[in-house]
Design a binder for this molecule. Structure first.
Ligand SMILES: *Cc1c(COP(=O)(O)O)cnc(C)c1O
Length: 377
């Protein structure tokens, strides 16, 4: 038996409805959406247009504001480096947060090596930024603020609309990495200038994502990071991957954050209630978090032994999967003040659409058993 999959912040299974929508575009409608001279191209173009419209409508954008990318890493790079390059004559200061994903932090560090200045805001013990601290960090030469909508480790939800309003009052562009948020919580771009999304956290395949780029009030200038055929209004060249785009559109179309969140939150709360273990800590905010996220630390057990003990029964991660190759504690848990020993003995559960009550009960039992046996030895 394979372990129970509870690592939906890492990636998700493709939804059957998404796969079904994609399949004809591999074999039957395989045209290049940029081919304007024949029906093969037109079919593909119509499919891409429909996906673009669905995505735009869902987030209150227009279709022209959606730029398809290979995922959120690329979208973040395009947003941050693209804005830095386009606006450097107006200023070279960027504000972001210590708890961002590396796909935001690393482009920022790269820009520092080119002479940009970056302020990395701290967070409180729940993972939230302080708005007045953000305001104080804003300068005459600040060109961009980048704050993620939902954290991939502790699931904390930042006050995106308020941050966007603050930025707009100061004429600073606001980017948000919404890789974990899209389709999980209601999310509109009314106060956002650039927003990164990805398919594979949302039951669409890996290798597809998009960047929302505002075209009005203000019109965002962006320097392309991939040059070529001038696709996506020159912002991202490369032949559009029709099947993946259709999949992303379908995944966003069938996502129903309002009602699905109720069911997933119930499973998450059920798991938390059943994990009535001595010395268990909740990492992150008790309310302001993704419905499917639970991040805990357990006192008095060795982190490695804990993960090893769980491995055959449940698929979870400790800290962030993206940094789990290193033996450092997660930078997110450190930023909210979790001591190293507790950060090592942390488990991140990501509950998703396909999880059941039985799986949750089994997972809770498995954690309790493992902790009990580790504490006996
Ligand atoms: C997964 C993730 C990314 C990276 O997205 P890819 O599509 O895998 O490149 C970026 N930011 C956050 C918050 C994520 O969870």
């Amino acid at each position: 038996m394979r372990p129970i999959y509870l690592d939906n912040h890492s990636t998700t299974r493709v939804d059957d409805r998404v796969l079904a929508a994609m399949l004809p575009f591999f074999t039957e409608h395989y045209g290049n959406p940029a081919s304007v001279t024949h029906a093969y191209g037109w079919e593909a173009e119509v499919a891409v247009k429909q996906a673009r419209e669905i995505i735009a409508e869902t987030i209150h954008a227009t279709p022209e504001e959606i730029v398809f990318t290979s995922g959120a890493t690329e979208a973040n790079n395009l947003a941050i480096k693209g804005v830095a390059e386009a606006y450097f004559s107006q200023g070279r200061h960027i504000i972001t947060v210590q708890t961002e994903h590396n796909a935001v932090l690393d482009p920022c560090r790269y820009l520092e090596s080119l002479g940009f200045e970056v302020t990395y805001l701290g967070v409180d013990r729940f993972g939230l930024i302080n708005l007045s601290e953000l305001e104080k960090a804003m300068r005459e030469d600040t060109i961009l603020v980048s704050v993620m909508a939902a954290n991939n480790e502790i699931g904390v939800l930042q006050p995106i609309d308020k941050i966007g309003e603050l930025c707009h009052r100061r004429n600073i562009l606001f980017h948000t990495d919404a890789a974990q948020a899209i389709g999980k919580i209601p999310l509109m771009v009314d106060h956002i200038d650039l927003m990164s999304i990805t398919g594979h956290k949302l039951y669409a395949p890996k290798g597809i994502g998009a960047l929302y780029v505002r075209r009005k009030n203000p019109r965002v200038q962006l320097s392309a990071q991939l040059h070529g055929g001038g696709h996506e209004r020159g912002m991202r060249s490369g032949t559009l991957y029709t099947p993946l785009i259709v999949g992303l559109g379908k995944a966003i179309e069938i996502a129903d954050p309002a009602s699905e969140a109720v069911q997933i939150r119930q499973l998450r709360d059920r798991l938390w209630q059943q994990l009535n273990i001595d010395g268990i800590h909740l990492n992150g905010h008790p309310q302001e978090r993704l419905p499917g996220n639970l991040n805990i630390s357990i006192e008095g057990v060795d982190g490695q032994a804990l993960l090893l003990g769980l491995q055959s029964t449940i698929a979870v991660s400790s800290g962030s999967a993206c940094t789990s190759a290193k033996i450092e504690p997660s930078h997110v848990l450190s930023a909210i003040g979790v001591p190293d020993a507790l950060a090592y003995a942390s488990i991140r559960f990501g509950i998703g659409r396909f999880n059941t009550e039985e799986e949750i009960d089994q997972a809770a039992m498995c954690v309790k058993e493992t902790v009990r046996s580790l504490r006996q030895t």
